[in-house]
Design a protein around this ligand. Structure first.
Ligand code: NI
Length: 142
């Protein structure tokens, strides 16, 4: 655990008031924790940009399983990237609609390519990739 540093930050009064309202809604105990999270988020965003960066992530997909062989197609795509697929969770939301969450780990370029193929598959109504970099956030204090 590294030592803590204290910093002073000059910030526009209105911007700070808006930030305080935001962190209150988010349930932060104090500004320091909120600042730390913002910094970590920016560092993670930068860390996962490099094509070969080791990343973890999830792809969330919403689709109609009656759409032309779509479940099979999505499974075939995932088998082609079995080296980065850790797990897949499937939930049947109603008679037609499926929610699938694919957990991924590997080089950023390969994880992104798989996510693009899944999200871009015809019949997928909504999809989103969320990436993180555990090594980036775990190497910092608190
Ligand atoms: Ni389903």
């Amino acid at each position: 655990m590294s030592e803590l540093s204290r910093i002073g930050v000059a910030i526009d009064t209105d911007l700070l008031a808006r930030f305080d309202r935001f962190i209150e809604r988010q349930g932060y105990a104090n500004r320091s924790e909120a600042f730390r999270d913002l910094i970590r988020d920016k560092l993670v965003g930068a860390a996962v940009e490099a094509p070969d960066a080791p990343v973890v992530g999830t792809v969330t997909l919403i689709y109609d399983h009656h759409f032309r062989m779509l479940p099979n197609k999505l499974m075939d795509i995932q088998h082609g990237y079995h080296d980065v697929v850790i797990a897949t969770t499937h939930a049947h939301l109603d008679h037609h609609t499926c929610l699938e969450v694919v957990v991924l780990k590997g080089p950023g370029h390969r994880v992104r390519k798989l996510a693009d193929l899944l999200i871009g598959a015809k019949g997928v109504r909504h999809g989103r990739l969320v990436l993180s970099s555990p090594s980036t956030v775990l190497s910092q204090t608190a």
